[in-house]
Design a protein around this ligand. Structure first.
Ligand code: NAP
Length: 306
């Protein structure tokens, strides 16, 4: 589905461009990838699916585990909890103290694995340094790994039959799908190779027949790689790191970065002038990431009644 001028009307399109551009002049061709709208459509569909599950006596349930008192993590967990409630998913938060041991955390996760009323488990990253985070992630049962953090989940995603890819890569692919942006035959350049973002999104793009270059902190001549890209995925965690003159005219730019001051990893003003499509920050990848978490939880709940 393409959200072009014909569909929305030119006036509406200009209004949307203005609202998300922050006053930036963009070419007539630049289209904003409106993550909020994508997320709202997903949530509306989920409300119906949740109602149908409730008629069968099943209420989808997501448990979030927060270890310690990191304010950003607390905010993320609260936002996810509120989003759950909005679509009718039960959300329970387990808050463990800063000095929690790996053993206690692993035991908590094992108990949730055994609890049939729990469909999804999310361990909020990062955990305090004394905890073996990888071991804790690996403890999550694959059928409840709605955040796509286990190595089994990652492996399945990479092989092309993953049930729940990490939510941000899933969000990026969902945005492209909704705007009818084909990856096949395109050169996608991903900047970042983290286990929850850069690596899985590279795998998902490859599975859709893109030619993928994955860049990282040891990549030399980063700008020259980005200049080759039809599709740019920014997943670095550095504010406005991707510069306008790195991006070729007409590239599709999806910015997963979210940094202090509500800015992404892309130098938005300069890049928006050249891109054919671009995600705003905020209002781009972020809202869809949360919507995908909700979707995965509902998918997991549905599997228990099939
Ligand atoms: P991360 O684990 O810190 O990974 C950052 C990646 O960027 C690493 O692979 C690193 O390379 C690479 N990098 C760092 N400096 C670089 C440089 N100078 N040139 C090229 N690559 C460089 O971060 P993350 O968890 O993937 O998150 C990335 C961003 O996405 C953050 O802004 C985060 O807040 C955001 N995020 C957003 C959502 C959402 O819902 N929208 C969800 C998750 C994350 P090395 O591997 O070589 O160190």
């Amino acid at each position: 589905m393409t959200y072009n001028a014909g569909r929305l009307g030119e006036e509406m399109r200009q209004l949307i461009l203005y609202q998300f551009s922050g006053g930036v002049h963009m070419t007539n061709e630049t289209k904003i990838l409106d993550g909020k709208a994508v997320a709202n459509r997903i949530k509306e569909e989920l409300k119906t699916r949740v109602a149908s599950l409730k008629e069968k006596g099943v209420t989808p349930s997501l448990v979030t585990i927060l270890v310690g008192d990191d304010p950003s993590s607390e905010t993320y967990v609260r936002i996810k909890g509120n989003a759950c409630e909005l679509v009718g998913i039960t959300s329970k938060k387990i808050h463990l103290s800063e000095d929690t041991t790996t053993e206690t955390l692993v035991q908590t996760i094992e108990e949730l694995n055994q609890d049939a009323s729990v469909h999804g488990i999310l361990l909020q990253h990062p955990v305090p340094s004394q905890i073996d985070e990888r071991l804790a992630f690996e403890t999550i049962a694959i059928e409840k790994d709605v955040d796509g953090v286990t190595s089994a989940g990652y492996g399945q995603t990479a092989l092309g039959f993953g049930t729940y890819p990490s939510c941000t890569p899933a969000a990026i692919m969902k945005i492209m799908e909704d705007y009818d942006i084909q990856a096949e035959g395109k050169h996608a350049v991903v900047i970042g190779r983290s286990p929850i973002l850069g690596k899985p999104v590279s795998a998902l793009l490859l599975n859709q027949n893109a030619t993928v270059t994955t860049c990282h902190s040891r990549t030399t001549n980063l700008a020259s790689h980005v200049q080759q890209a039809d599709i740019v995925i920014a997943a670095v965690g550095k504010p406005e790191f991707i510069k306008g003159d790195w991006v070729k005219d007409g590239a599709v730019v999806l910015d997963a970065g979210y940094n202090k001051g509500n800015v992404g990893d892309v130098e938005y003003e300069a890049v928006a002038k050249k891109a054919s499509y671009i995600t705003p920050v905020p209002g781009g990848v972020g809202p869809v990431t949360i919507a995908m978490l909700l979707k995965h939880t509902v998918d997991a709940a549905e599997k228990t009644v099939q």
